[in-house]
Design a protein. Structure first.
Length: 362
């Protein structure tokens, strides 16, 4: 039995192909191992970010590939088709971090009623969140279209939730205006949705001309500004910048425009993939990467067991009813369709009001 894996050249993401590595038969699995069929997964610009920084943050190590190649991690669903763990049944549905592939072998550990962990040695250098799988069989909030929206947005909205919490905890560094670049991206509008509910905070979306109508339609930005007009923004009051785009030229323009009034500059994403390795020192707050696992660990300690999940769950429940109005789910199946969807995502050709749910199986 073979898997079908979609692999990319690590230093040239445009180059991609399929390989078919051998899989163990279900009967030949090691003790406690699971053979999982990847049934569907979401593909967003965030997955491209995983690939761009795969070396630095060790995402390439999660799912081994031939030399110079990598398998991009994606969020999605899998069905257990073979199990050597006494407490995990064949037929169960798992939600978590999967390869762009048809199958995955998981070394199940820490199995509970709610989830399990992949204890494979090569996966242990990343944040534990990437090795955790939820057991979601029979859970209506993960079924059908509800599940699609979770795959598309749940991990991104967790990042939105943590950035919102971090900024609020730090009283927005004295700013009452928060600018979000790549305002049409799912992480950005999830964050805008949360910020918009905070008293006294004005949310400014920065976007391309082609996405203005979509960003305005979301209803969670107080102002929408195109990239070529950012220097028209008033400079008199402090401003915080949340950078989803990762565009060095835009970041420099904003810092030089606002100067000392740029009181926070957080780097979150790389949707534009236009970040220079050597950037000059800029006026205002020094740009810093926001690392979500640090905020999770901090809040888990402060809020106690289940505290993060409880608060995030409440935020997701409030967001979820908006998603059908904001995102149209597009399903594509088969290797050719996945390749096309990947290249469209890589080149920024997927409209912001679409969410791709894919499967390598025909």
């Amino acid at each position: 039995m073979n898997s079908t894996d979609f692999i990319v050249v690590r230093n040239d993401l445009q180059q991609c192909k399929l390989i078919e590595p051998a899989l163990p038969d279900a009967a030949a699995l090691p003790a406690d191992a699971l053979l999982v069929k990847v049934t569907r997964f979401a593909l967003t610009a965030n997955n491209i970010t995983y690939a761009v920084i795969g070396e630095q943050l060790k995402y390439w190590r999660l799912f081994p590939a031939p030399a110079d190649y990598g398998i991009i991690p994606v969020w999605g669903f899998g069905e257990v088709i073979g199990s050597k763990h006494p407490n995990v049944a064949v037929g169960e549905t798992l939600f978590g971090y999967f390869p762009m592939a048809t199958h995955l072998v998981i070394e199940a550990a820490d199995v509970s009623k709610r989830g399990l962990r992949d204890a494979a040695a090569h996966r242990q250098e990343v944040s534990p969140v990437y090795n955790a799988y939820a057991r979601v069989s029979g859970d209506p909030t993960y079924a059908g279209r509800n599940g699609d929206y979770r795959a598309l947005l749940l991990p991104l909205f967790m990042l939105s939730f943590l950035v919102d919490d971090f900024l609020a905890e730090n009283e927005f560094y004295g700013a009452r205006r928060v600018m979000l670049s790549s305002a049409s991206s799912k992480t950005a509008f999830g964050l805008a949705h949360l910020l918009h509910k905070r008293n006294g905070i004005k949310v400014i979306g920065l976007t391309s001309k082609g996405n203005v109508d979509f960003v305005n339609s979301l209803g969670c930005y107080d102002e929408v500004v195109t990239y070529d007009a950012v220097t028209a923004l008033p400079q008199a009051e402090p401003v915080a910048y949340v950078d989803m785009a990762g565009n060095s030229a835009l970041r420099e323009t904003l810092h030089r425009h606002f100067g000392a009034q740029m009181v926070y500059s957080g780097r979150i994403g790389l949707t534009h993939r236009a970040s220079e390795p050597d950037e000059p020192a800029l006026p205002g707050a020094k740009p810093v990467w926001f690392f979500a696992p640090d905020q999770i660990r901090k809040r888990a300690k402060e809020w106690g067991p289940g505290g993060v999940d409880q608060r995030f769950g409440a935020a997701w429940t409030e967001l979820a009813p908006h998603l059908p109005d904001w995102i149209k789910v597009i399903e594509r199946r088969g290797p050719a369709a996945v390749r096309e969807a990947y290249l469209d995502t890589l080149q920024g050709r997927v409209p912001p009001d679409q969410g791709l749910i894919l499967s390598l199986a025909e």
